[in-house]
Design a binder for this molecule. Sequence first.
Ligand SMILES: Nc1ncnc2c1ncn2[C@@H]1O[C@H](COP(=O)(O)OP(=O)(O)OP(=O)(O)O)[C@@H](O)[C@H]1O
Ligand SMILES: O=C(O)[C@@H](O)C(=O)CO
Length: 419
Amino acid sequence: MLGVIADDVTGATDVAVSLRRNGLRTLLYFGTPPPETEPPAAEAVVVALRSRMIPAAAAVTDSLRALGWLRGHRVRQVYFKYCSTFDSTAEGNIGPVLAALATALDARTVVTTPSSPQHGRTQYRGHLFVGDELLADSPMRDHPLTPMRDSNLVRLLQAQVPEPVGLLGHDTVRAGGAALRRAIRQATAHYLLADATTEEDLRVLGRVLAEDPLVAGAAGLAGGLAAALGRGHPPEDEFDLGGPAAVLSGSCSARTLEQVGELLRLGRPAHRLDPIAQPDPETLAAQALDWFDTTTGHGPLIYSTMSPAELRHTQDALGVEGSARILERATGLIAVGLARRGIRRLITAGGETSGAVVAALGVRGGAIGPEAAPGVPWIRPVDPAHPLLLLKSGNFGAPDLLATASTPHRTDPPCPLAP
Ligand SMILES: Nc1ncnc2c1ncn2[C@@H]1O[C@H](COP(=O)(O)OP(=O)(O)OP(=O)(O)O)[C@@H](O)[C@H]1O
Ligand SMILES: O=C(O)[C@@H](O)C(=O)CO
């Protein structure tokens, strides 16, 4: 089994989809499961950590704990998933985590690349591109937490690890097979950043790295590995996508605004959460559930999604953290209430919002199912009492994604649901 340690939750769903798309039956856990948790039969298991932004020493501790659990459960190869834009501070955490995993796994040379062409990220001559721009010229230059002001990956990683970092150039990767193997074997560097501009480059790398104890990168190289290990097409496991659906949206991204707009245009039953009118999260949630109990129709929407101007108004009134705290607590309570009332498909929009819902429901993990949109898979929680989940990143999906994902099936009962 391939074991993946991902440094954030949406990164974990992204890599899990990439593995499944290439043929591996994949499980996802939110956080390292307790030692006694026995994963059901699968070909890959992803542990989603929240280690990207925490201090490097804590990220190393969390990652080694995840590694310990994976090694205790039939994992023979480990993949460390970091962000395709190489998000990290000057102090780490990519380098320190990679070094700790390499030591623990006794890996002599670790090949890595953030290349993920499906997301427009490519590596060429050791430099990372975001679409047509170098990383340092892209909007990542002004990221609020991890501004990326250098595009040279060798230099970026070398600043984070004591051992030498080298480059596997594009010509060497393209040569593939024996030549590529030889270049890796003869390298004196401990870490090798591999150029890759296409999915085919990543598949070439995947074939050569299929036996390595540790590989690292974004969803792209994980897909290349899975292509070498898997059956090349998604597994045909049973995924019943029926049952009453509801949408919970806390993302205020431009794309989510469009998707929520589409639900409103279709006339779906909708209830807006207003934390200024009701700042007590328990009451806010109770009001939403009272509304749900009396509304009629299919696929209801409960949302706090609003335009940037309205959002600023709320944040001025309640503070950025204050308003987020109220809404995330309320949204979690609403998710629990909806599940108790018989919602079997829960669609959430926004990374933090999804994290709050998963935590409130107590979902420990699940099986990765078909993609509703690229990078947005259905998740079937391990505990069958929990509804199917679709955790949508703010920027992902076409404008009709929330509508199509919550479309009623012929046999779904309409709201109000019988208690
Ligand atoms: N009306 C609102 N007023 C103030 N804060 C809000 C409002 N609606 C949502 N929020 C908060 O804004 C944050 C939105 O973040 P979230 O991660 O859910 O979405 P996103 O940033 O668009 O998604 P992603 O992280 O996947 O890109 C949440 O903390 C949410 O609670
Ligand atoms: O690699 C990416 O860009 C994403 O999977 C990610 O890490 C989101 O946080």
